[in-house]
Design a protein around this ligand. Structure first.
Ligand code: HEM
Ligand SMILES: *[C@@H]1O[C@H](CO)[C@@H](O)[C@H](O)[C@H]1NC(C)=O
Ligand SMILES: *[C@@H]1O[C@H](CO)[C@@H](O)[C@H](O)[C@H]1NC(C)=O
Ligand SMILES: *[C@@H]1O[C@H](CO)[C@@H](O)[C@H](O)[C@H]1NC(C)=O
Ligand SMILES: *[C@@H]1O[C@H](CO)[C@@H](O)[C@H](O)[C@H]1NC(C)=O
Ligand SMILES: *[C@@H]1O[C@H](CO)[C@@H](O)[C@H](O)[C@H]1NC(C)=O
Ligand SMILES: *[C@@H]1O[C@H](CO)[C@@H](O)[C@H](O)[C@H]1NC(C)=O
Ligand SMILES: *[C@@H]1O[C@H](CO)[C@@H](O)[C@H](O)[C@H]1NC(C)=O
Ligand SMILES: *[C@@H]1O[C@H](CO)[C@@H](O)[C@H](O)[C@H]1NC(C)=O
Ligand SMILES: *[C@@H]1O[C@H](CO)[C@@H](O)[C@H](O)[C@H]1NC(C)=O
Length: 317
């Protein structure tokens, strides 16, 4: 029995090749500094960028693990993840490409696109709020498959109910607590009107609004989103606090001001709703967010000799 347990621990260890701190310390000592410098340069002139890069990291990790597959362009043969989601409005690819170009000059073939995404997400948020936000482990390698259909199947929809959200996260071995904490990323950034305006204008097909949405807030949103078919207007997801990375998202949520049904859904489950109360304090939110995004950043990662290091992030080798 003891031998069996020791054996399992041993195998577990040898399975190794896990993510670690400063993976590039020897192979490319300036890697993290290069990512940070270029990210910071862009965020300094584009305050919308941290939300874009944070969301890009989420989408990368939820489809085939954090393997840079979100960055790949479609080809004649393949409709890539990017193409599945014009309505999901990802952005910031140019920043990733600039970082990759610099890294290929400084230390060719060493730093994965998947790690660049994970680091840039953290660095962009940290720069904007002048606070070292969370630790990012490195050592991810890039995949060479990116399929639109997998993005649609794995990325939760803004109209998801709690059961579906919980299942989407459980599929990635993430818990209800991870779901609640990571949804707190909606403390920054914007959402497009068409993704929630059914909640304002036609919730059950009777020209009604969603009773779980604060009616004062719904009236305000109607002044921004004038119709069901408005696909261009955006509104901040955390009203009054859309440019600060803080726990205010949960305060908004409790005032029934979560923008999407998927946000409001967090209040429909006991465990999740209790957890919302625990995250109302900034420090608790920061600590827990750091822990959960570390788990998210480790989903199905390719390490060691698996996968490869892409030369150009938008094209598989
Ligand atoms: C729980 C399930 C989730 C759903 C259903 C969801 C859905 C969405 C939707 C529909 C948008 C608006 C996109 C647009 O209109 O352009 C959005 C924005 C965003 N999401 Fe999520 N999301 C979820 C979880 C997450 C997670 C886990 C993260 C990161 C850790 C994240 C980070 C963001 C950010 C930062 C934005 C703002 C993007 C911007 O300003 O362009 N979301 N999300
Ligand atoms: C990063 O930026 C800092 C401050 O501007 C600079 O001192 C440093 O040399 C830069 N590092 C790299 C690798 O470009
Ligand atoms: C597209 O698919 C064909 C046949 O499967 C293959 O011969 C060709 O190399 C592929 N092209 C690319 C760009 O992958
Ligand atoms: C950022 O934080 C550092 C250390 O906490 C502080 O010295 C600096 O003044 C801050 N900068 C701004 C612009 O708030
Ligand atoms: C994006 O578009 C597809 C196809 O039109 C649709 O199935 C999906 O629900 C949309 N996603 C969002 C977030 O609106
Ligand atoms: C949640 O949504 C799924 C998929 O749309 C549906 O099958 C399920 O019945 C819904 N669950 C509840 C409790 O509404
Ligand atoms: C979840 O955990 C199980 C058991 O450890 C593992 O087999 C599976 O690959 C994991 N899935 C993900 C997406 O990490
Ligand atoms: C509201 O939904 C119902 C049922 O889907 C539909 O018949 C009606 O045209 C919709 N109203 C508007 C304004 O789109
Ligand atoms: C609706 O929002 C207002 C602030 O905008 C708040 O005072 C009120 O308590 C909220 N209503 C509910 C039911 O949460
Ligand atoms: C994908 O990567 C694997 C190993 O990581 C490699 O064997 C395979 O040839 C690659 N396929 C393409 C199309 O690049």
């Amino acid at each position: 029995m003891v031998l069996l347990v020791l054996g399992l621990i041993f195998v577990g260890d040898c399975n190794g090749d896990e993510l670690k701190k400063h993976f590039y310390e020897r192979s490319c000592p300036l890697a993290e500094e290069i990512v940070q410098n270029i990210t910071w340069k862009h965020v300094a002139t584009n305050s919308a960028l941290p939300a874009k890069l944070l969301r890009m990291h989420f989408h990368d990790c939820f489809v085939r693990g954090c393997d840079g597959s979100v960055l790949v362009d479609s080809t004649a043969n393949n409709t890539a993840e990017k193409a599945a989601i014009p309505n999901l409005s990802l952005a910031g690819f140019d920043v990733i490409d600039e970082i990759k170009t610099q890294l290929e000059t400084t230390c060719p073939g060493k730093v994965s696109c998947a790690d660049i995404v994970a680091l840039a997400a953290r660095d962009s948020v940290s720069f904007q709020f002048n606070k070292s936000m969370w630790e990012v482990l490195t050592g991810r390698r890039d995949g060479n498959i990116s399929r639109a259909s997998e993005a649609l199947a794995n990325i939760p929809s803004p109209s998801s109910n709690f059961t579906t959200l919980q299942q989407n996260f459980a599929n990635k071995n993430l818990s209800i607590h991870d779901l609640v904490v990571l949804s707190g990323a909606h403390t920054i950034g914007v959402g497009h009107c068409n993704l929630f305006s059914n909640r304002l204008y036609n919730f059950t097909g009777k020209g009604d609004s969603d009773p779980s949405l604060n009616s004062t807030y719904a009236a305000f949103l109607k002044t921004k989103c004038k119709s069901l078919s408005d696909t261009t207007t955006t509104v901040p997801m955390d009203p009054g606090s859309g440019l600060t990375f803080d726990s205010h998202y949960y305060i908004s949520l409790k005032q029934k001001e979560g923008l999407f049904q998927s946000d409001a859904a967090l209040l429909t489950n006991h465990d999740a709703s209790d957890y919302v109360d625990k995250l109302l304090a900034n420090e608790e939110f920061f600590t827990k967010f750091g822990e959960s995004i570390k788990r998210m950043g480790a989903i199905e990662v390719l390490t060691g000799n698996s996968g490869n290091i892409r030369t150009k992030c938008s094209v598989v080798n």
